[in-house]
Design a protein around this ligand. Structure first.
Ligand code: EPZ
Length: 420
């Protein structure tokens, strides 16, 4: 397994291009199953998770050509309906194909996803939504076996806001007979991009951008092309990188409008953030970072995926910070690893109390999940001495060319090829 070796203490100066959003690409790939034909996706990030979803589409009978930040997808012969455990267990988002398979074929056999590193991650909201649309569901040897002849319009309210369940159920609802009203849907930009894409395919969704969608089911959908929106979590991660090392970096190919709460917190920490139409420039102008009080929330609140990076930054603030994680139970696996670098953090249930320290000291640390991994890289950028972040395959799922992007702005970071 590969590692990243960092020598900290170098302020970051220059430009970093933000890649297309992983979490926008994955549901759009699932949506190509809804209509046979040819799709062209651009600004696609080169990431392991995108390759995984592309492989799932191939297993379902699609052709997927991976070009440079571009995918050419042909689902004309995507006639298979089984998403196998061996693949779904490696990436939870594979479960999104359930709604699209039901919408296209009226039947599906999709493995339940494996749990993530932090607590169980159920799919009950996905399944309740499908049942509300008239799907018959059975559990058979770890697979959801679903059939719906036909899908019927309904009114369904999600008990809690869920990005994946909103996307999955929407992809079934667009083909349901009659009208469907979905309430308490997610507002994350990636879900909004999916709804807009489906309308370009001929779906009839209204209320996009609100928490209530009204969907007129249609008999047929047509393929459409798409440009992936920028990755807001990658953007926020690099904001923290500048906060921790000092310096000034322009993040290009970004969309500052995706990150209202995050920019507020970056400014509260003392960073200077200036916005362009498709860029934002982050500068640390003072010697000291200010402590923060963060509570993660659904969009447009503070994103749970940036909780770990902002905790790393708070570890160096002058004072007491507090981070409360409300979306997941126990998404604090990075705390013990940050402590190995000298961070002073106490966890009390869903809340982490961070006592800022003057400096972090390099040490070997272990990645446990995608966002915890990047938090350790950020800490290594700021720590004195050498930090080795092990098991960076987690990082390769969601951060394109991380070490190249950081090297180009002055970081001392390199990948060490590990054994398998
Ligand atoms: C999406 O996951 C993202 N993944 C996650 O990003 C992100 O952390 C999460 O949304 C929250 O923003 C993708 O977009 C591919 P949820 P998802 O359904 O859809 C509970 C990353 O780092 N829940 O909004 O799985 C769930 O347990 C990844 O890129 C149910 O209880 O998240 C969690 O507590 C990590 N029942 C909460 O809702 C369900 O049926 C939010 O989950 C579904 C979810």
């Amino acid at each position: 397994m590969d590692s990243l070796l960092l020598h900290g203490g170098h302020p970051l100066e220059g430009e970093i291009p933000i890649s297309g959003s992983k979490n926008a690409t994955l549901p759009l790939l699932a949506a190509t199953l809804l209509a046979p034909g040819f799709y062209r996706f651009t600004n696609v990030p080169k990431l392991k998770d995108v390759r995984t979803m592309s492989n799932l589409l191939r297993i379902l009978g699609a052709k997927v050509d991976e070009l440079d930040h571009e995918l050419l997808i042909d689902t004309s012969h995507a006639s298979h309906i089984e998403a196998p455990y061996e693949l779904v267990k490696t990436m939870r988002a594979s479960f999104y194909v359930l709604g699209a398979l039901l919408g296209r074929h009226g039947e599906a056999r999709v493995s339940l996803p494996g749990g993530c590193a932090w607590g169980p991650r159920p799919v009950d909201l996905h399944l309740k939504g499908m049942e509300a649309l008239g799907a018959k569901l059975e559990l058979d040897a770890g697979y959801v076996v679903a059939s719906a002849y036909p899908l019927r319009g309904t009114t369904f309210e999600f008990a809690t806001s869920s990005v994946g369940a909103s996307a999955n159920v929407l992809m079934a609802a667009v083909r349901a007979e009659g009208t469907t009203v979905l309430k308490n849907v997610a507002l994350e930009p990636e879900v909004t991009q999916l709804a807009l894409f489906l309308n370009r395919m001929g779906a009839r969704i209204s209320g996009i951008g609100t928490r209530e969608w009204s969907i007129q089911g249609v008999a047929d959908l047509q393929p459409a092309d798409a440009v992936m929106i920028p990755d807001r979590i990658e953007t926020g991660s690099y904001i923290c990188a500048v906060g921790m090392t000092g310096g000034k970096v322009k993040l290009t190919h970004a969309d500052p409008q995706q990150l209202p709460t995050v920019l507020d917190k970056a400014r509260e920490a003392g960073l200077k953030v200036t916005l362009g139409a498709e860029s934002l420039t982050v500068e640390r102008t003072s010697d000291h970072l200010k402590p923060l009080d963060i509570t993660t929330d659904i969009y447009p609140g503070f994103p749970t995926d940036l909780q770990a990076p902002f905790m790393a930054m708070s570890a160096l603030a002058s004072g007491e910070s507090r981070i409360c994680e409300t979306i997941y139970t126990d998404r604090f696996t990075h705390v013990a690893e940050l402590a190995r670098l000298g961070a002073d953090i106490r966890v009390d249930g869903p809340t982490a109390h961070i006592h800022g320290v003057k400096e972090l000291k390099g040490a070997p640390v272990m990645s446990t999940d995608l966002r915890a991994s990047v938090c350790l890289v950020l800490a290594g950028l700021a720590a004195s001495g050498e930090t080795e972040v092990k098991r960076v395959y987690h990082l390769d799922r969601g951060y394109e060319k991380l070490e190249e992007k950081l090297t180009r702005v002055g970081a001392d970071i390199r990948r060490i090829e590990g054994d398998l």
